[in-house]
Design a binder for this molecule. Sequence first.
Ligand code: WT7
Length: 676
Amino acid sequence: MAKKEAVETSEAQIAVHWQEEDYFYPSKRFIAQANLTDESVYERFGLDNFPECYTEYADLLHWYKKWDTVLDTSDAPCWKWFVGGKINASYNCIDRHLEKNKNKTAIHFVPEPENERVQHITYQELYVRVNEVAALLRDFAGLKAGDTVTLHLPMTAELPITMLACARLGVIHSQVFGGFSGRACADRIVDSKSKVLITIDGYYRGGKLIDHKQNADIAVDLAKKDGQKVDKVLVWQRYPGKNSVPTPMIEGLDYFVNDLLKNYRGKKVDPVPMPAEAPLFLMYTSGTTGKPKGCQHSTGGYLAYVTGTSKYIQDIHPEDVYWCMADIGWITGHSYIVYGPLSLCASTVIYEGIPTYPDAGRAWRIAEELNVNIFHTAPTLIRALRKIDPDLPKKYNHHFKHMTTVGEPIEPAVWRWYHEVIGKNEAVIVDTWWQTETGGFLCSTVPAIKPMKPGSAGPGVPGVYPIIYDELGNEIKAGEGRAGNICIRNPWPGAFQTIWRDRDRYVSNYYERYCKDKNSKDWRDWPYLTGDAAMEAEDGYYRILGRIDDVINVSGHRLGTKEIESAALTVMEVAEAAVVPVSDEIKGVVPDLYISLKPGHEPTDELAMKISAKICETIGKIAKPRRVWLVSDMPKTRSGKIMRRVLGALSNKKDVGDVSTLANPEIVDEIRKVTS
Ligand code: WT7
């Protein structure tokens, strides 16, 4: 395995040099109101009670028909949860709350322009709007249970409304992050075989009204070239009835949702009772190859898991105002902005724009205005806010009982600032470690039960049993001070079911590495490989060290180095491309791109800019390289493999180590001159 060194040398060494941090304890006030204070939960969710323990989460939901089998392993490692059960996610997130809470706010939509008023959408209004959209999707777009539809929507209320309308019909939604390019959207339309694309004309970001409609035109065009024809593009309007952007509508293809909705006023659509294991949505994520993977999430198991973990780890009560500042275009938003909080009848905040727009106090003004008491964000934003003005949050009168950090490892110093300054020493913090594939949390403290430890995610959440293996498959024990590949010993209901239309890739990526018997139908033989390196401290808390594969985590956004490299390789002049992660004070890491050119081409600034632009166009601005280094050759092994480790050391101004075994050791000094 190529990544062997990464785990055995660099990561482990860093880990060994880490200090153990002191515990922080939740306040009595937090504990007094917490949803989960009973320590016996760890027994109830013990492996002896597995998988039945998870019925405790399923029982938080409304079922049309209860399941016959909690966990069906007959198609291992494609696990099926709550088989025989019938359920609808839209019903669980809306209808069931109407009797007691119809006038409660379900969604607070906060537009980026500060002079635009916040929209408070009650559960009753959400019910009406979701029904109307469901009717439109069914009767106008012809969508039915089991169909796929691609959404390319930014952070406005129309996104969860559209998702819930799909869920009402059993239509599988595949939401593409709004910041992704038309090309990236096209790839996902093709892979998911979507005939309908749902988008919006424009949205605000950084004070500008972005023309988003142009991405739809590109996506439809490119998808068609790749064999997937989109029949209808449904376009929401940022301002209903008004043209906000210059890109025109295409006759016979594009339709304004707001125009069509007039025909569906007051229409009601019965939620379709879906088999528990019917897919609810696809979420594409980056992997080790250039092609993104469509993670297929189930209806019953997924909803049970995100509801249970929202209740016990996020400590959401129906009276809470909950703000997760992620984008719904990522799994965090699906699980912990939309499905989890709404299933628990909370009020969830959706903020359209940039967290620091027009200034770094914006978030705290929103929190004050809406009385937010649960706050959820990623280390990259915490670092940025700390850098801009470390005392600013003190000037605001917000009060959080609970805060989350998610997406990347958080440095203990940054954690302490989050706790002291943003949390005002009052809020409990959970550091939740999980992935697109896992649907919900894997490791975190249960906030009223386990103390916090800066920089550590904590132990496995109830019912999740991590294990760390070394390269040979031997278990690395707690407190050994060695890092290894963190896996999960058992299935859990939030886990993705497969990679959309690619079971082989699902098995080989996630389950082959430490499988004990490929013919086994026993879950004990199929540990789930997360792709992260980690260390377990003596107290059973896990410290996550980062990816062991070719995935980098830029501001908590997951990018495949291979994806960036393959985009670069589509530029005619490029012969070879190699991406390496460079440490960044705010973003965690950023990509550096090394390029060698085909013979006869000159390394110019224009060419470097062209390659950079190509990457933004292919993936999106988030993948823009920090620098494009045009070099005469790559450092290579004798077998011709590019030594990314050496390039990484150069970019990070670190010791390159022993390079004498390279096929071309002299190139190292040459590249050093270019990059310094
Ligand atoms: C990767 C998954 C978790 C949902 C959002 C990202 C890294 C995630 C943590 C954490 C350290 C973390 C891992 C993981 N990661 N949470 N609390 N501490 N690292 O989902 O895009 O699928 O990325 O993010 O490397 O594998 P994703």
